[in-house]
Design a protein around this ligand. Structure first.
Ligand SMILES: Cc1cc2nc3c(=O)[nH]c(=O)nc-3n(C[C@H](O)[C@H](O)[C@H](O)COP(=O)(O)O)c2cc1C
Length: 197
C-alpha cells in the first residue's frame, strides 16, 4: 500500500493552543506508522476575512494561494478543530473558504478538496472536548467533496491533559489518539492510488 501524505493543522493560532498541541501529538502518531506529514500553523498564512468584493478588486491573497498549493499537494487532511459556540472556528471556516476559490474560470470547482480524505480531532477545556463542533466541520468538508473518516478523537479537559513537553499525560488518551490516527492512515492507504497524492 502506498504511504499517505498528510497535511496537518489546527483551527486555532492561539498561543498555547490545545488543538495545536493535539495536532502535534497526532503528527507523531502518523509518523510512527510510516506516514509522511506536513504540519503547518495557520498563523503563517494569515488571511483577511473572506469578502467577495475584496476578492473581485484585489484577487486571491498570496497566502491563500500558498495554502491551496499545499492542499493540492496533499491528498490527506488531519485537522484539530476547536469548538466555538458548538461550531467551527471562524479561522478554520475562513481558511476553507479562501482555499475553495478557483484561481480562474477554467479551474475545476473545489479542486483543493474533491477526493481528499480527512480525519478530525478536537480539544477543549470543556467536558465534551469540542465534539459538537466536529459535526459541523464534518458536514462542511463532506459537502465540498472530502471523505471524512468515521473515527474521530475529542480531548476533554484539554487544559490539564498535556505535560510540559506537550505529551498527553493519560495513557488511555494516548492510545485512543494513536488508534484514531493509525486507522486514518490505514484507511487512506487502502484507498490509494485512486485517492492518493
Ligand atoms: C468564542 C468562543 C466560543 C467557545 N465556545 C466553546 C464551546 O462551544 N465549547 C467548548 O468546549 N469550548 C468553547 N470555547 C472554549 C475553547 O474550547 C477554548 O478557548 C479552547 O482553548 C480553544 O482551542 P485552542 O486552545 O486550540 O485555541 C469557546 C471559546 C471561544 C473564544
Amino acid at each position: 500500500m502506498s504511504q499517505p501524505k498528510i497535511l496537518a493543522f489546527a483551527g486555532s493560532t492561539r498561543t498555547g493552543s490545545f488543538n495545536q498541541l493535539l495536532i502535534s501529538a497526532a503528527k507523531n502518531c502518523a509518523l510512527a506508522v510510516g506516514a509522511e506529514v506536513t504540519q503547518i500553523n495557520l498563523a503563517d498564512y494569515s488571511l483577511p476575512l473572506f469578502d467577495q468584493d475584496l476578492e473581485s478588486s484585489q484577487g486571491i491573497p498570496d497566502n491563500a494561494k500558498r495554502l491551496k498549493e499545499l492542499f493540492l499537494d496533499h491528498a490527506r487532511l488531519l485537522l484539530a478543530c476547536p469548538e466555538y459556540n458548538s461550531s467551527i472556528t471562524p479561522l478554520l471556516k475562513n481558511t476553507i473558504d479562501w482555499v475553495s476559490r478557483p484561481a480562474s474560470p477554467e479551474e475545476r470547482p473545489l479542486s483543493a478538496y474533491r477526493g481528499k480524505t480527512a480525519a478530525l480531532l478536537s480539544a477543549s477545556p470543556g467536558g465534551f472536548g469540542g465534539l459538537r463542533g466536529l459535526r459541523h466541520v464534518r458536514e462542511i468538508l463532506s459537502n465540498i467533496g472530502v471523505i471524512v473518516t468515521p473515527n474521530q478523537f475529542s480531548l476533554a479537559q484539554a487544559d490539564s491533559a498535556f505535560c510540559e513537553h506537550g505529551h498527553l499525560r493519560v495513557e488511555k488518551q494516548r492510545k485512543m489518539l494513536a488508534a484514531c490516527v493509525e486507522q486514518f492512515v490505514q484507511t487512506t492507504a487502502a484507498l490509494a492510488p485512486q485517492n492518493a497524492s
